[in-house]
Design a protein. Structure first.
Length: 247
């Protein structure tokens, strides 16, 4: 269970009372959840859709790239995010307050899906969680690259340059549109001109002028003030160290 809203304690109580729920781990935010879940086997994740810092949609985008993807159920205080939730592959969307019977139905739905998955014939290969292909122009031809290969992107007026591990490609697109459409794929907007893949960030540093930057593939990328709390949550360090001033 990921979240820390006023109704979380009641939801945790209902989950612990459900006979189909085994061990239960509660994380107050997405950054803590990622640290707890790294390398763990998780069958089901209840996630608050709206959270400070990394929100539930961004967290789901990361979880969808796990080798064993957990079933995801979003919780929210209204129906407005339902379409977004199901676009992210959620198996259910629950609006609070959540009746115990409705929660039991949701857990049962996940169990039914697991039984169906377990009966898939051997040799069947599941599609990647992020299998969207992007058309890029290269030497007069169009090449398709997987979105999952994009490590970071930078806006260039009406274009965006996509950086992958084997090169960079210019596409005609608006950064605002890509940030919205790709929010569930693990690519997060850290600045009005930059998107980064969370698991590609190698280092986080504060400059002498007090601005935050992230390092990806040798490139220092700026972080907007709005995105600073999210980045420090990822780093697990809520109190950034002041930069060292050279003597």
């Amino acid at each position: 269970m990921v979240g820390a809203s006023p109704g979380t304690a009641e939801l945790v109580r209902l989950l612990r009372a459900n006979s189909n729920v085994g061990s239960l781990v509660v994380a107050p935010n997405a950054a803590t959840a990622l640290r707890v879940l790294h390398g763990a086997q998780v069958d089901l994740a209840f996630i608050e859709l709206r959270m400070p810092g990394i929100d539930g949609a961004d967290l789901a985008g990361v979880l969808n790239r796990f080798r064993a993807v957990p079933a995801i159920v979003f919780t929210a205080y209204g129906p407005e995010g339902a379409a977004e939730a199901f676009d992210l592959g959620a198996v259910d969307y629950l609006t609070r307050p959540i009746p115990s019977a409705r929660l039991d139905l949701s857990v049962g739905r996940v169990l039914a899906n697991r039984r169906t998955t377990d009966t898939v014939p051997a040799g069947t290969v599941a599609a990647p969680a992020d299998d969207e292909m992007i058309g890029v122009c290269l030497a007069g031809t169009t090449r398709l690259i997987p979105r999952a290969s994009v490590r970071w992107a930078v806006a260039r007026r009406d274009y965006v340059r996509l950086h992958t591990s084997d090169g960079s490609y210019l596409i005609r697109a608006r950064m605002s549109v890509l940030a919205r459409d790709w929010s569930g794929s693990g690519l997060i907007r850290i600045h009005r001109s930059y998107l980064v893949r969370l698991d590609s960030v190698e280092d986080i540093q504060t400059t002498r002028s007090g601005h935050l930057t992230v390092l990806i593939d040798g490139h220092r990328l700026p972080v907007s003030r709005r995105a600073v709390p999210m980045i420090w949550q990822i780093a697990g360090d809520p109190a950034p160290v002041e930069p060292e001033v050279p003597r």
